[in-house]
Design a protein around this ligand. Structure first.
Ligand code: NDP
Length: 445
């Protein structure tokens, strides 16, 4: 008789949990994955995927406007928000089916319900107990809501993705990834958008030139940014929601959305009771092998609050399964992870910001700002910014930053170059593809 029901029980069928479970199953382990919502998790069901579909949908608005400069007549183009949401929902249902099939094909048992640890080897789901040699916690995170009177009227990105109709006037609290992405979606489709940020600039943590350029572009697109501003209260009134700011000013809108960060989903899971140590933000503390303070309990993805990005969670799940189910010990290299913000225009970066690079290096900077070729005809007043941060001593490129159309597609390629330790001289000796925006990265002198 085996000692446990399973070799591995994974709690959470999101990006990290599914990858770990599938691989472990493929390597012959007996695996169960527990999910209380829909397989696919935050990225597929409430994050990256539906968000990007809405970004694409909204971006057509710019396409129609820009097409006029190329001879198109586009009068009468109308957007149907409900039709876009329905199309997005059909795609999510398809993806949910794909995830269920992938788990099934790998021999993984999907258990639907909320998994709670009863002891370090036992998980309880709806009153039923299951045991496993190893437990993987991959329960992700959940939006944090700021605390002010009327917060019950405020939605998060979870609800914003399912709105029945597009709000005509929107206030978005926060200036991070989610805030600027949703600001772009609503604004492109015609909403009046006010971004309320408590500091002086959007996108904390990004390079200063990225932050300044994006804010300028957002403001040019008509998004209002209220800097150093805090919401005191939100109240329902006959015309919508009355928002009161800390300086006493007010604004009535149809929708107030908070995008003020996310917190690990660790509450009420029995983790602390089982001896799993959490940090001050309630994230599971793990070592480089994704092992928690309890020897047989591991965690990957946003619940560990390391680098909260889907591909990172997937790779954490991969190295966990390789290490413990394929006798192939490996850890994840967190250096030079590229990331993108799907604002309009988008941002993408890899490597160090100028500020961080200066802490340890003497740097040379290369910055290019230009009007994309398309907008010479479209007339749109949108500029692209590209920046390279180079280590003076070694000539190595430490950081690549871009704000502009296709930035995520361009930076992904440059991430490989940075991983290989490319120097500025090697960038310069690379022949560009003409005419592209990307070629600017190899012609900066
Ligand atoms: P972020 O941490 O990116 O940004 C949070 C924002 O909210 C900041 O502007 C912060 O201001 C502000 N804020 C925090 N608390 C308050 C408060 N009490 N009152 C007012 N403002 C507040 O969080 P997001 O919610 O945008 O995204 C969560 C995470 O999800 C990201 O960090 C990222 O890891 C991931 N994500 C990644 C995406 C991608 O890769 N494209 C897309 C979406 C999400 P301040 O700067 O002053 O601290």
């Amino acid at each position: 008789m085996p000692r446990f029901d399973f070799d591995l029980i994974t709690i959470g069928a999101g990006s990290g949990g599914v990858r770990a479970s599938r691989l472990a199953g493929k390597y012959g382990a007996k695996v169960a994955v527990i999910e209380e919502s829909r397989p696919g998790g935050t990225c597929v069901m409430r994050g990256c995927v539906p968000k990007k579909l809405l970004v694409m949908g909204a971006h057509f608005a710019h396409g129609f406007e820009d097409a006029v400069g190329f001879g198109w007549s586009v009068e009468g183009a109308r957007h149907d928000w409900a039709a876009m949401i329905a199309a997005k929902d059909r795609e999510l249902a398809r993806l949910e089916g794909v995830y269920r099939k992938l788990l099934g094909d790998a021999g993984v048992t999907l258990v639907e319900g909320r998994g709670i640890l009863a002891d370090p080897h036992t998980v309880e789901v709806g009153g039923k107990r299951m045991t496993a040699e190893k437990i993987l916690v991959a329960v992700g995170g959940w939006p944090i809501m700021p605390d002010f009177p009327g917060r019950e009227h405020v939605i998060t990105s979870n609800e914003a993705l399912d709105l029945k109709q597009r709000p005509r006037r929107v206030v978005i609290v926060g200036g991070g990834y989610i805030a600027v992405e949703f600001a772009g979606i609503f604004r492109a489709l015609g909403s009046e958008v006010t971004l309320v940020i408590r500091s002086g600039q959007t996108l904390r943590g990004f390079d200063q030139d990225v932050r300044a350029t994006l804010a300028e572009e957002l403001e040019k697109s008509g998004i209002k940014i209220r800097r150093e501003s805090i919401i005191r209260a939100v109240a329902k009134n006959p015309d919508g929601y009355a928002v009161t700011f800390d300086n006493g000013e007010g604004l009535t809108v149809d929708c107030v959305m908070a995008a003020t960060g996310r917190a690990p989903n660790t509450a009420g899971m029995g983790l602390m009771e089982a001896g799993v140590k959490l940090n001050s933000k309630n994230a599971v503390i793990v070592d480089e092998w994704n092992r928690s303070s309890v020897e047989n309990i591991f965690a990957v993805g946003d619940v560990t609050d390391r680098v909260n990005l889907t591909p990172v969670a997937i790779n954490e799940g991969r190295v966990f399964a390789e290490t413990f189910f394929n006798k192939n010990p490996m850890t994840l290299d967190y250096a030079n992870i590229a990331s993108a913000v799907f604002s309009q225009p988008p941002v993408a970066v890899v490597g160090l910001t100028e500020e961080d690079a200066r802490k340890a290096h003497d740097v040379r900077l290369f910055i290019s700002r230009f009007r994309p070729m398309k907008h010479n005809l479209s007339g749109r007043d949108e500029r692209t910014m590209m920046k390279l941060v180079v280590d003076t001593a070694s000539d190595r490129v430490l950081g690549c930053h871009m704000v502009g159309e296709d930035a995520p597609e361009i930076i992904q390629g440059l991430a490989v170059a940075l991983k290989c330790g490319a120097t500025k001289a090697q960038f310069d000796s690379t022949v560009g593809i003409h005419p592209t925006a990307a070629e600017e990265f190899v012609t900066m002198r």
